[in-house]
Design a protein around this ligand. Structure first.
Ligand code: SR1
Ligand code: MG
Length: 382
């Protein structure tokens, strides 16, 4: 079946792709995606339901004006296979890949919720923070030169060159939020905060150094967009989705995204007076980091006596990348619902705290522990 002129598959084509998996008969197709990049359908048949995810040759939310490579589907599929092999059970099953239509058929995680959604609702989902810590340790160390055979890693590095999606991050995370760029979305209430940031030379210097590191530190095959909207959860079962930003980059970018997005949740709940759930989010962060450290000790190559240095460096980078995520979600193009959904006064306080916390972590001393980092990210000012 050929791709339509729009470059976006329709319900009929989604049904066709899914038919072999859902059973012939009464088949229903619903468009369910609301993401920035792709088109997502749920196809339900007599036997089961599956997800059909397709990448049009442009950014879905913008359309033709922002062309984008469809090679992102191949990268997502290959990363799903590789990360799924290293961290079994932590990604959805890839049932079928159709490169011609830039589409995949995936396991439907219909009992799961997007983690951001359950965090915003204050729902406790046990076990998932720990599983994400294990996922990060296994995928990051497992695709690094510490664990993966050098020849295999060099062969893989060309398959994951991902220039167009990296450029999105380079611009939207490390560049535009630090200047008065057209792409930024700055609410009038935070205009002064944004102007102060654009005049803040130490912050601009730190962000441009991190842009350099993001471009040049090919440490591991990272997910590349590991916020709480890229994680689906059910009690005791976390699944990581949306691997299209994957490339060989700095490990701390993934761990920093996890921590920053938990920080958005904690800050938003604190501002709403939900101190108990904010405390729960603090516990998630500790569980995430302890599991990561525990698993890193398991997979660490015994002959290399610098594990403690590695962990200290990763903690520092986790803080620095968390800081850039905090900044870009307040003054950059793509915001987070945890903060944007707050009422005016609460939102302004949360936004101000995010920028102040980012500054303290980006420019301050390296954190000694996750507890130390988390306090600097989330402690309420008196
Ligand atoms: C224009 S794309 C905006 C954001 O959506 C993705 O999830 C990435 O976070 C990207 O920065
Ligand atoms: Mg996504």
């Amino acid at each position: 079946m050929s791709v339509p002129a729009s470059g976006q598959i329709d319900k009929r084509q989604a049904r066709h792709l899914a038919l072999a998996f859902v059973g012939d008969g009464d088949v229903r197709v619903d468009e369910i995606g609301d993401g920035n990049l792709n088109v997502v359908y749920r196809v339900s048949g007599p036997d089961r339901s599956v997800i059909v995810k397709q990448a049009p040759p442009y950014l879905r939310v913008v359309g033709d004006a922002w062309p984008l490579t469809q090679d992102r589907v191949r990268i997502e599929a290959e990363c799903l296979r590789l990360h799924g092999g290293l961290a079994p059970g932590r990604v959805p099953d890839l049932l079928h890949l159709d490169l011609e239509q830039a589409a995949m058929v995936l396991e439907d995680l219909h009992g799961h919720t997007v983690w951001r959604t359950s965090l915003m609702a204050g729902q406790h989902v046990p076990g998932v923070a720990e599983q994400i810590g294990v996922y990060c340790a296994r995928t990051l160390l497992g695709t690094s030169d510490l664990v993966m055979a050098s020849e295999r890693r060099k062969a893989l590095s060309t398959a994951f060159v991902n220039p167009e999606l990296c450029l999105i991050t380079e611009e939207l995370v490390f560049t535009d939020p630090y200047v008065d760029a057209e792409s930024n979305r700055v609410e009038p209430a935070v205009a002064d905060l944004a102007a102060q940031l654009w005049a803040d030379l130490p912050m601009r210097r730190a962000a441009s150094q991190m842009l350099w590191e993001f471009r040049t530190r090919h440490e591991a095959l990272i997910h590349g967009d590991l916020h709480t909207g890229s994680i689906m959860v059910a009690p005791g079962d976390a699944r990581v989705i949306d691997h299209e930003f994957a490339f060989f980059g700095p490990m701390g970018y993934d761990t920093g995204n996890v921590v920053a997005n938990l920080a958005f949740s904690a800050i938003a709940h604190q501002e709403q007076g939900h101190s108990e759930f904010a405390g729960r989010v603090t516990a998630y962060t500790e569980e995430f980091w302890s599991a990561l450290v525990r698993e890193a000790r398991e997979v660490w190559p015994r002959p290399q006596p610098w594990l403690e240095i590695f962990l200290a460096d990763l903690l520092r980078d986790t803080g620095r990348y968390a800081a850039t995520e905090l900044v870009r979600r307040i003054v950059g193009l793509a915001h987070v619902a945890d903060i944007d959904s707050l009422e005016d006064g609460e939102r302004l306080r949360a936004q101000t705290r995010c920028i102040a916390a980012a500054r303290s972590v980006m420019l301050g001393p390296a954190p000694r522990t996750m507890t130390d980092l988390w306090k600097r990210l989330t402690t309420e000012e008196s």
